[in-house]
Design a protein around this ligand. Structure first.
Ligand code: ZN
Length: 363
């Protein structure tokens, strides 16, 4: 399958529209064995509660799809009012997980400097909300630099025809380390500590050893962090789930790199439906597939019963849903249902905490 197809397909994972094709291409890359399963008790940090994480990809002061999919109609700027509503929802349900901030969204410039066509106060307010309202509950990671064309570290230009997923396949390790180091530095410059990284699309899936080692070096360069992690693997609710995985260890530094997967695709990605009126039902059906109202069936129940991490992925664009906020309403309903079903038996945790508990359980 070529890269453009994989880019598109990953977005559909939640709908399960392309589940078969996706399984075929990446489902077998990281088969898990029963011995990989996280022990549910005895590990340090074990609270007796089932950990859940929410991943929100593609966070940015602009809707990144504006440029990513030509012809896609969406307001270019995501209003601060919406960002606040998202933060309020995170607070209301005490949601934890990972939130992406793209360091050079849509190749418009650097968020620690300025972005083309984006008023400076809009950018500042977005970053302030991220620092003060989102970062306390969510790991913040970059999603490489642009989530689009690769950035030329030497010339400072964007390589229009070399997307980041193609770039990482061919780039020497030293260049990837520098690339990731810049991503972490940009976030650091705006007051955000990053515990790991997110792959745009499935970038790095074909060169995962090089990817994990580059991440280890870049994290060491900026933070001297001993436990770092990345988000690359995503299974829809109809696919075989993934386990966390220790992908690389640097004995000298005592450093560990963990892959944290998502095991429920983006059920709020309703923007591809031909008729807008079908969107609310599409989202409601997705919520039922993840967890039935009585909590007895659904993907989440299945993941818990089989010992796979309960990590749910969505996207900034899907929460926004072209300005309608339908996805955010859906997230509210899902979080509410999870809360009602699991009560005090579960807790939302950051993805770095998922990674840490996994490493402890394997020790
Ligand atoms: Zn993404």
């Amino acid at each position: 399958m070529n890269k453009m197809n994989r880019r598109t397909l990953l977005k559909y994972a939640g709908a399960g529209l392309a589940a078969g094709v996706l399984s075929d291409s990446i489902g077998k890359v990281m088969a898990s064995s029963p011995s990989d399963k996280v022990k549910s008790s005895g590990a340090p940090g074990f609270t007796g509660k089932i950990p859940f994480s929410l991943i929100v990809d593609d966070g940015s002061p602009v809707d990144p799809l504006f440029y990513e999919l030509p012809g896609y109609e969406t307001p270019f700027l995501v209003p601060a009012k919406f960002t606040k509503r998202v933060a309020d929802t995170f607070d209301r349900f005490d949601l934890h997980g990972k939130f992406t901030i793209i360091p050079m969204p849509s190749c418009l410039g650097r968020i620690d400097q300025s972005l083309k066509r984006v008023p400076q106060d809009h950018l500042s307010e977005f970053l302030k909300l991220m620092r003060e309202r989102v970062a306390p509950r969510f790991d913040i990671t970059p999603e490489f630099l642009t989530h689009l064309s690769s950035y030329d570290l030497k010339t400072g230009n964007y390589k229009r025809h070399l997307y980041e997923d193609t770039w990482i396949t061919q780039a020497p390790k030293e260049e990837i380390v520098d690339y990731f180091t810049l991503a972490f530095q940009i976030l650091k410059n705006v007051g955000i500590e990053s515990t790991g990284i997110t792959s745009p699309w499935v970038s790095g899936i074909d060169v995962e050893d090089k990817y994990a080692q580059s991440l280890a070096d870049a994290q060491w360069n900026i933070y001297k962090r001993k436990l770092t992690w990345y988000f690359l693997y995503a299974a829809s609710d109809k696919e075989k789930p993934y386990q966390c995985n220790v992908k690389y260890k640097n004995q000298e530094r005592g450093q560990v790199v963990v892959s944290v997967p998502a095991n429920a695709g983006d059920i709020f990605w309703s923007m591809d439906l031909p008729h807008k009126k079908d969107r609310p039902k599409f989202i409601r059906d997705g919520i039922d597939r993840l967890l039935s109202p009585d909590g007895k069936t659904g993907r989440i129940r299945q993941l818990i019963d089989t010992g796979f991490p309960v990590v749910i992925v969505t996207h900034w664009q899907s929460l926004y849903t072209q300005g309608t906020q339908l996805g955010l309403e859906g997230l509210t309903s899902l979080a509410d249902r999870i809360q009602k079903v699991f009560g005090s038996g579960f807790e939302w945790v950051k993805c770095s905490e998922m990674a840490r508990r996994y490493v402890e359980s394997q020790a």
